[in-house]
Write a protein of this length. Sequence first.
Lengths: 114, 113
Amino acid sequence: GAGVSQSPSNKVTEKGKDVELRCDPISGHTALYWYRQSLGQGLEFLIYFQGNSAPDKSGLPSDRFSAERTGGSVSTLTIQRTQQEDSAVYLCASSLLVGGKEQYFGPGTRLTVT
Amino acid sequence: GESVGLHLPTLSVQEGDNSIINCAYSNSASDYFIWYKQESGKGPQFIIDIRSNMDKRQGQRVTVLLNKTVKHLSLQIAATQPGDSAVYFCAERGAGGSYIPTFGRGTSLIVHP
């Protein structure tokens, strides 16, 4: 299928290490979102790429978090110097239009920081 | 700050019953309200949305009701099936160009056969 894919599906890392999480959105989708979901919690917005405009980074919890989207397609979320509180499922979603109400989510990457 | 929350964290029903999942919101400026379903180990899946100028919208076996007076949103699932077991999230999309949805904590729906 041509849904949103994310890799890796699971990542275990040691505290202090850097990690990179990848998202492949649905082809042609203009908007791409990153969220974080902790156990039993809702989705916490991290960053939003909106077409060719500057990304909305207002949800990034600290300067250890960054993301980029190359060529309007693939996106990478990078967490530097990981901390235990970074452990969560990181979800990526895309929508056809900027501001699209219907977002298509990937399966997520489960990050565990030991 | 603005928030979206749910009244019940867990709802257990028998197969065939109707289910009602409730959600309270506080941002009266939101232009869309959206329901997502998240099955275990998967990302959320869009179910249905409703625009803020509507009171009711129906889909396949689902109905969303919006009561702007009390800032309340509900998702009704008719003839609930075991495959409906999942966590359901409500979300609101801010108006005025803020396209970032705010998600509630979620309600776990458990359907007993």
